[in-house]
Design a protein. Structure first.
Length: 164
């Protein structure tokens, strides 16, 4: 585990451009095969990486929140939606609801999420490395390699398997 985090820390910036180029090339490959491979590698990587040792996503990436997310989170916290929005959210330049501050106000000192059962969809799906249509989001995956050690290792393993 520590080896994977150390490798990510050392290589994330130097591999970024190569990863971005590789991910863009995936658009021309068999989409079903890409999804199968990414999902398989995702499972392998997450057997070795524990998000609780990192929580970079919770410390630095604010998820875009849907009305459904807001409703679920407010209900979990036993708050009115309007009260939840006023206390925790702001509207960004794209007119999306996001957290007012980072790290996430629901991140605990031990990297656990105090609203885990009600967390937003974006948090549930992050780092999106097991999503359908993996190849359709090369910029997202490339950017995530800078924040998430697991995303980095998924892309690195995909490069080893799929590059000539």
């Amino acid at each position: 585990m520590d080896d994977l985090l150390e490798e990510w820390e050392k290589k994330k910036n130097q591999n970024f451009k190569k990863n971005k180029i590789f991910l863009k090339k995936l658009k021309s490959k068999n989409k079903k095969e890409i999804d199968r491979v990414s999902s398989e590698i995702h499972e392998q990587v997450f057997e070795k990486i524990d998000c609780l040792n990192c929580a970079n996503c919770c410390k630095g990436l604010g998820p875009r929140l849907s009305k459904t997310d807001i409703k679920r989170m407010a209900k979990f916290l036993k708050m009115k939606e309007s009260q939840f929005e006023a206390e925790y959210l702001t509207i960004d330049e794209d007119q999306d609801y996001v957290m007012q501050s980072m790290p996430c106000p629901f991140l605990l000192e031990d990297n656990y999420c105090s609203i885990y059962e009600a967390r937003p969809k974006a948090c549930r799906e992050y780092p999106h490395t097991d999503m359908d249509h993996f190849a359709s989001k090369p910029n997202l995956h490339a950017q995530n390699t800078l924040t998430c050690p697991a995303a980095f290792h998924v892309v690195e393993r995909m490069k080893k398997l799929m590059e000539p």
